[in-house]
Design a protein around this ligand. Structure first.
Ligand code: DLZ
Length: 172
């Protein structure tokens, strides 16, 4: 999905459930900290704006985006969270390092969704350069952290819509 003409934070009017009863994990990378810290702040602000209690938001840092998967796994195992938001920024370089990190973290996060049956959100920017990252971390294209938070809440709303059906039992 191209975001060239889209402000990623423009989620007004979309149907976002109340996040008051949910516990969230947020894991973000130290690499490109100026960007990832802004993504984290956007995500936390959006969770709170939609009803989440600050004490129900567990925030953890990992060294780089490659470590987001294991950081998220620790949150799922040890913090009993309902959803996890993974935030990173991998800037395209001259080597294939970019591809390896992006592929690994995308696959790792996808697998965690299935393994734990909770939403684990892929909030990793993969820009060509620093300016594109700034544009998506509170700049002219909004804040991808906001979007990741809204996605987490919406997926929990979807999960709850199944839980309320009496014929289905949930272990998590
Ligand atoms: C090594 C590396 C490089 C070159 N670039 C980035 C980047 O742009 N964004 C990011 O989040 N992490 C980067 N890393 C670090 C890796 O994610 C990882 O921390 C190391 O390879 C150690 O596993």
């Amino acid at each position: 999905m191209s975001s060239v003409n889209k402000n990623l934070s423009d989620v007004e009017g979309s149907n976002i459930p109340d996040a008051k009863t949910f516990k969230f994990g947020v894991v973000y990378s130290e690499w490109n900290y100026e960007i990832t810290n802004a993504l984290k702040d956007g995500a936390v602000k959006t969770l709170v704006q939609n009803g989440a209690l600050s004490e129900n938001i567990i925030i953890k840092e990992v060294p780089g985006s490659f470590e987001l998967t294991l950081g998220a796994q620790y949150l799922a195992e040890y913090s009993n969270v309902d959803a996890i938001i993974c935030l990173g920024c991998v800037i395209q370089g001259e080597t294939r390092h970019f591809d390896f990190i992006c592929d690994a973290v995308a696959k790792g996060i996808t697998d965690l969704n299935i393994k734990y049956n909770i939403p684990v959100i892929f909030g990793v920017l993969t820009p060509n350069n620093q300016q594109q990252a700034i544009d998506r971390a509170g700049g002219k294209h909004g804040n991808k952290g906001d979007e990741a938070a809204v996605t987490a809440i919406k997926m929990l709303g979807l999960k709850n819509s199944f839980k309320s059906s009496k014929s289905v039992g949930f272990s998590r």
